[in-house]
Design a protein around this ligand. Structure first.
Ligand code: PMP
Length: 282
């Protein structure tokens, strides 16, 4: 089923206007929420971020927060989703094509679920990555539908047999094409500060909390591609990739070419968090 402005509609019956501004301008925002055993992980944090992104682009959500939460849970039940994601987007709606905001468009919220297993092989063995130039706009903190810069970076990584692109602006590492990046050096964690150059990932925020709980020092500061390549450990975080160790960047093997101990400790905390969520079921 598709959630369309508060209604549940069969996919074949949804009609999106050719002049929907999401379609023509990428004028909208989105979220991807992870579902484990039919339960939403970090729903509150995702909806908080959706509200923030909407506000930043002056977009109204067509339904209330309470109704949206309820609709998402209903959608998961109707689709009988166990492991997967909920994709959710709000566009500025349909109107005659002009760049400026139209006067009478009504925003459109759509959501659907998709099955997805956990990336267990990547979590265990790590991933290969490629350094790619970050030429995106300067509001990467907004989870906007405009993802062309991210799409091109991911494609470049994939064409080089890599799972993820690690982006940098003139040698300063920002984030992944669809993830955040952490490095570990001498037992300390480093990650780009949550400013306009990166999306403040929900998984990133969980990792910051786990690190505190485990008494790892975290420095939210920029680091260079050189520091990245010389790190003891590198990992990426995202809703779908969770905490994935990076074992190779371009031709450089990271650490010992397998997931490091700090990464493993954080992965364990994440596992506990999932267990807490799913243990409420049944
Ligand atoms: N940065 C970018 C550019 C992303 O697309 C994502 C994935 N949404 C992230 C970071 C990670 O965010 P999260 O942990 O909330 O999935």
């Amino acid at each position: 089923m598709i959630l369309y402005n508060g209604q549940f509609v069969e996919r074949e019956e949804v009609s999106i206007d050719i002049e929907d501004r999401g379609y023509q301008f990428g004028d909208g925002v989105y979220e991807v929420i992870r579902v484990y055993q039919g339960q939403c992980f970090a729903m509150k944090e995702h909806l908080d971020r959706l509200e923030r992104s909407s506000k930043e682009i002056k977009l109204d959500c067509p339904i209330s927060r309470m109704k949206l939460e309820d609709n998402i849970n209903q959608l998961i039940k109707k689709d009988r989703l166990t492991n997967g994601i909920v994709y959710l987007q709000i566009t500025r709606g349909a109107a005659k094509r002009t760049h400026q905001f139209p006067e009478h468009a009504k925003s459109v919220l759509t959501a659907y679920t998709s099955e997805m297993e956990r990336p267990l092989a990547n979590l265990q063995n790590g991933i290969n990555t490629k350094l790619v130039d970050d030429f995106r706009w300067l509001r990467c903190d907004i989870k906007s539908l405009n993802l062309l810069g991210n799409v091109l970076a991911k494609q470049e990584a994939q064409e080089n047999q890599c799972y993820e692109a690690i982006l940098h602006r003139q040698g300063t590492v920002t984030e992944g094409s669809s993830s955040n990046v952490f490095i570990v050096k001498n037992g300390k964690l480093y990650t780009h500060p949550a400013n306009n150059f990166i999306l403040n990932g929900i998984t990133r925020q969980y990792v910051l909390r786990f690190a505190k709980e485990e008494h790892f020092e975290v420095i939210e500061n920029t680091f260079s591609t050189e520091e990245l390549l010389k790190a003891d450990e590198v990992f990426i975080t995202s809703t779908t990739s969770e905490i994935s160790p990076v074992v190779k960047i371009d031709d450089q093997i990271i650490g010992e070419g397998r997931p490091g101990i700090v990464t493993a400790a954080l992965q364990k905390k994440f596992e506990e968090e999932i267990n807490k969520l799913v243990s409420h079921v049944s």
